[in-house]
Design a protein around this ligand. Structure first.
Ligand code: KIV
Ligand code: ZN
Length: 387
C-alpha cells in the first residue's frame, strides 16, 4: 500500500523570515485558509514568543483554521512553550514544534552548551510541552551537521520525553540526497521506535537541493515534509512545497506515496503568496512560473501540436494555471505560426506558409515575441502582394 505524506507548511513562520516580508494578521489568516484549501496537514503560523504581532497572528490563525493542525514554534524553553500553549488554545487541531540546535558549531559558538546540557534541555522542554500537547514535534536544528551518534542520542531523548514527531532540519541547506539517505539509514538502525514515530524533514535551499532532499526523504522513511509556498524563506529559502507536490503527482510511479493536496489549488495559492509577500515568481520557476507551460522553439512547438506529452509532463490544468501557450519568436516554426493564424481567423495551409513564413522570420528576428498585431500586419502585406 502507498504511504501517506503529510505536508507541513511554514510559509507564515520560516517564509516570513524572508528579508522584506511582513504579512499582516489579515493576510496570515487569508493565507492559512488558502493553505487549508490546498490541503496542507499542518500550518506553522508563527513564533508566538517572538513578538506581540506573532502571538496575535498565531492566535488568529488558530481560530480561523478548521481542519489542519496549527502549530507555533518554541525554543527549548518554558516561556516559549507557554506562549505556544496560549496562542494555540482555540485551535480545533494543534501541535507544538520545539527545537534546539545539536550541531557542534551551534552548541559551542551559538548556545555555549555542552552535549549534556543540550540533552537536558531536550528532555525538560519536550516533557514540559507534552503536558499541554498530544503531538509534540522536536527538531534538532542543524541536524545534517550534527555528529551521527549525537543526533541519535538527541532524538532518542526527545522520544523518551514524549515527542511523537521528529523533524530533521537541513538548516543551512548543506546536505545532498545521497547523504540524507545515509542519515536516515543511521536513524532507522539506531532508533528502535523508528516506525512508530512520524519523521519529518525541513530542507533549506542554499545549494539548490531543498526539494530534491525532501523528495529523497520519502524514499528514506519520512512521512512529513516541511516547506513553504514558492520556496520563500530565510536566505535562499525553503523547499517549495508546490514542487514537492508536483513531483509526487508526476512521479507517482517512483515515490509510491499519496498526500492530501488538491493540485488544482496550486497556482492560486502561489499567486496569493507572491502577492502578499510582494515577491514576483520568476518566469522560469518550476510548476508555477509564467513560462512553466510556454514553448517557444520550433521543434518543441511542432512536438506540442502533434502530442502535448512530447514536452509537457504536467499540464497547466492540473495545477490550476492558464492554458499552455506557444509564444511566437525567432525560434518558432512554420507549424505553430500556421496554427496561430488559423486561430486568429485566417485560413492558411502549408502552401500559404511558404510565402508567409519568411516575412514572419524577418519580423521575429527583431522582436522578442511576435504579437497578434504584428501577425495581422504580416498578413496584410502578404495579401497586398497577392492582390
Ligand atoms: O531551519 C531550521 O532549522 C528551522 C528550525 C526551527 C526547524 O527552521
Ligand atoms: Zn528553517
Amino acid at each position: 500500500m502507498s504511504k501517506k505524506i503529510q505536508f507541513f507548511d511554514t510559509t507564515l513562520r520560516d517564509g516570513e523570515q524572508t528579508i522584506g516580508v511582513n504579512f499582516s494578521i489579515e493576510e496570515k489568516v487569508a493565507i492559512a485558509k488558502q493553505l487549508e484549501n490546498w490541503g496542507v496537514d499542518v500550518i506553522e503560523a508563527g513564533f508566538p514568543v517572538a513578538s506581540k504581532g506573532d502571538f496575535e497572528a498565531v492566535s488568529a490563525v488558530a481560530k480561523a483554521v478548521k481542519k489542519a493542525q496549527v502549530t507555533g514554534l518554541a525554543r527549548a524553553r518554558k516561556g516559549d512553550i507557554d506562549a505556544c500553549v496560549e496562542a494555540t488554545k482555540d485551535a480545533a487541531n494543534k501541535q507544538i514544534h520545539v527545537f534546539i540546535a545539536t550541531s557542534p558549531i551551534h552548541r559551542h559558538d551559538k548556545l555555549n552548551m555542552n552535549k549534556e546540557q543540550v540533552i537536558d534541555a531536550i528532555t525538560d522542554s519536550v516533557s514540559y510541552a507534552h503536558q499541554f500537547f498530544d503531538i509534540v514535534e522536536f527538531s534538532p536544528e542543524d541536524a545534517t551537521r550534527t555528529e551521527p551518534d549525537f543526533l541519535v542520542e538527541s532524538i532518542q531523548a526527545a522520544i523518551d520525553a514524549g515527542a511523537t514527531v521528529i523533524n530533521i532540519p537541513d538548516t543551512v541547506g548543506y546536505t545532498n540526497p545521497e547523504e540524507f539517505a545515509k542519515l536516515f539509514d543511521n536513524l532507522r538502525e539506531n532508533i528502535p521506535m523508528f516506525d512508530e514515530i512520524t519523521f519529518s524533514v525541513h530542507c533549506h535551499d542554499d545549494l539548490g537541493m531543498a526539494v530534491a532532499n525532501s523528495l529523497q526523504s520519502i524514499k528514506s522513511g519520512a512521512t512529513r515534509i516541511e516547506g513553504t509556498i514558492n520556496g520563500i524563506g530565510e536566505r535562499a529559502g525553503n523547499a517549495a512545497l508546490e514542487e514537492v507536490a508536483a513531483a509526487m503527482y508526476v512521479r507517482k510511479d517512483y515515490y509510491d506515496a499519496t498526500n492530501n493536496i488538491d493540485m488544482s489549488e496550486t497556482k492560486k495559492t502561489s499567486d496569493m503568496i507572491s502577492h502578499f509577500s510582494e515577491m514576483p515568481v520568476p518566469h522560469n520557476k518550476a510548476v508555477v512560473g509564467a513560462n512553466a507551460f510556454a514553448h517557444e522553439s520550433g521543434i518543441h512547438q511542432d512536438g506540442m501540436l502533434k502530442n502535448p506529452q512530447t514536452y509537457e509532463i504536467l499540464t497547466p490544468e492540473v495545477v490550476g494555471a492558464n492554458k499552455t501557450t506557444l509564444p511566437l519568436g525567432k525560434l518558432s516554426g512554420s507549424h505553430a505560426v500556421m496554427q496561430k493564424l488559423n486561430q486568429m481567423g485566417y485560413k492558411v495551409d502549408r502552401e500559404d506558409m511558404k510565402r508567409i513564413f519568411p516575412r514572419f522570420k524577418n519580423v521575429a528576428d527583431n522582436t522578442a515575441i511576435v504579437s497578434e498585431a504584428q501577425l495581422r500586419e504580416i498578413m496584410k502585406k502578404v495579401n497586398e502582394v497577392i492582390a
